[in-house]
Write a protein that binds this ligand. Structure first.
Ligand SMILES: [Zn+2]
Length: 401
């Protein structure tokens, strides 16, 4: 079954071979053909082949589905009171995670799964067609395994984050916790995870501890990613580069040496910026342009979590990145699509070319620039994921012509 999507005013492919060699690879007056789950043809509308079915995109913009490479969706409860207190002047610290840990441990599987499915729906409605999901609110062997099982129900990109914080019951013996995370907890979780991650920052884990845990995770067959440089300058960014981690996330306080290291590792380690975290903690934003100009590979992700960034909206992240992090609209769109795919080492998503997965989004706008130009406006009209056209109760799928 083939479907022709036509009358696309502006098609962003992220394939520089298209258009004028720009990284977004824009084709104007475009069309594409989907065959099953994959893209079978892409090009100018006038040259489009016949297909079994035909959908008009009504002269709007089509972009690759967003790839959200950093979320924490498996949790119970919420922390709006903490957010309100912070907006009244209280500082953010890693300690608030403990309240979510307590709520998550107390919740049954059905409650956790229902929450994950709700957030997955939100992501999809906002145009996210691939996402990563971390554990890290269980922090016992049993609760971490359970978190990863639940994450696995909604994505293959699951990350073991037993090293999120040291839980309260290990406050006086953090070494014992680190041995558990890199020993029995890791062994129990590895079959359910693709990635291993550590929250390497003030109040969480230091660089030596992160090295120990990531190295153990890699020995267990997981690939590394790392939270570093959110709350202050950190040697964690260079640790991620040294270990060949797929991504180092936050990088808010990256130094010139860090930027140089990330540029040198552009084919291996992506710098993933998380604007929702700075927004929700009223913290300084990192300078995205500085990383892009140096030659680093840069991604943007939501960091969806109940404490420091409770958003599932990549368009929101784009708007903030453009307004406050010196990204151009084009750089921000690339970072939320092809950049996210690079951060997950995926070569089947994030770019629209023949043979890749048919994951794309039609915007209610003539250009992708509207994602930043019209902040807060729900511009995601239709979402196609692996060739399936998703329609929502409040959105009408374009009538076929
Ligand atoms: Zn995070």
């Amino acid at each position: 079954m083939t479907v022709l999507y036509t009358n696309i005013r502006e098609l962003v492919t992220n394939d520089p071979a298209n258009g004028d060699g720009d990284p977004l690879g824009i084709i104007t007056d475009a069309a594409l053909v989907v065959d099953g789950a994959k893209i079978a043809w892409i090009g100018r509308r006038a040259e489009a082949p016949d297909a079994d079915d035909r959908i008009s995109c009504a002269d709007t913009s089509v972009i690759p589905g967003f790839v959200d490479s950093h979320t924490h969706l498996v949790f119970a409860g919420e922390r709006s009171a903490e957010f309100a207190a912070r907006m009244s002047g209280q500082p953010y610290g890693a300690g608030g995670i403990a309240s979510t840990v307590a709520a998550t441990r107390a919740a049954d599987d059905a409650t956790l799964l229902a929450r994950v499915q709700l957030l997955t729906d939100e992501l999809l409605r906002a145009g996210v067609t691939t996402f990563e999901c971390k554990s890290g609110y269980g922090l016992t062997v049993e609760d971490e395994v359970r978190s990863l099982r639940i994450a696995k129900a909604v994505t293959d990109e699951t990350t073991f984050l037993g090293a999120h914080v040291v839980p309260t019951e290990f406050r006086d013996d953090r070494e014992a916790y680190i041995e558990m995370v890199s020993g029995p907890m890791l062994q129990a979780c590895a079959p359910h995870a693709r990635w291993v991650d550590v929250f390497c920052d003030r109040g969480a884990f230091d660089v030596d501890e992160a090295r120990h845990i990531l190295t153990a995770g890699m020995a267990a067959g997981l690939d590394a990613r790392l939270h570093a440089g959110q709350l202050g300058p950190s040697a964690g960014i260079r640790l991620a580069v040294e270990l060949g981690a797929a991504s180092v996330d936050h990088c808010t306080y990256a130094t010139d040496d860090d930027v140089e290291a990330l540029a040198g590792a552009a084919d291996t380690t992506v710098a993933t910026l998380l604007p929702g975290a700075e927004f929700s903690t009223r913290a300084r934003y990192p300078d995205g342009r500085r990383l892009v100009d140096a030659g680093a590979t840069v991604a943007l992700a939501t960091d969806c979590n109940p404490g420091s960034s409770f958003t599932t909206s990549m368009p929101f992240c784009i708007a903030v990145a453009v307004r406050d992090m010196n990204f151009t609209p084009a750089q921000a769109l690339w970072a939320t699509t092809a950049g996210g795919a690079a951060a997950l080492r995926r070569d089947d998503v994030g770019v629209l070319t023949v043979g890749r997965r048919a994951d794309f989004v039609r915007l209610d706008a003539p250009s992708y620039v509207h994602l930043a130009y019209r902040p807060g406006v729900p511009l995601v009209r239709d979402v196609v994921t692996a060739g399936r056209h998703m329609a929502y109760p409040y959105q009408k799928v374009e009538s076929r012509s």
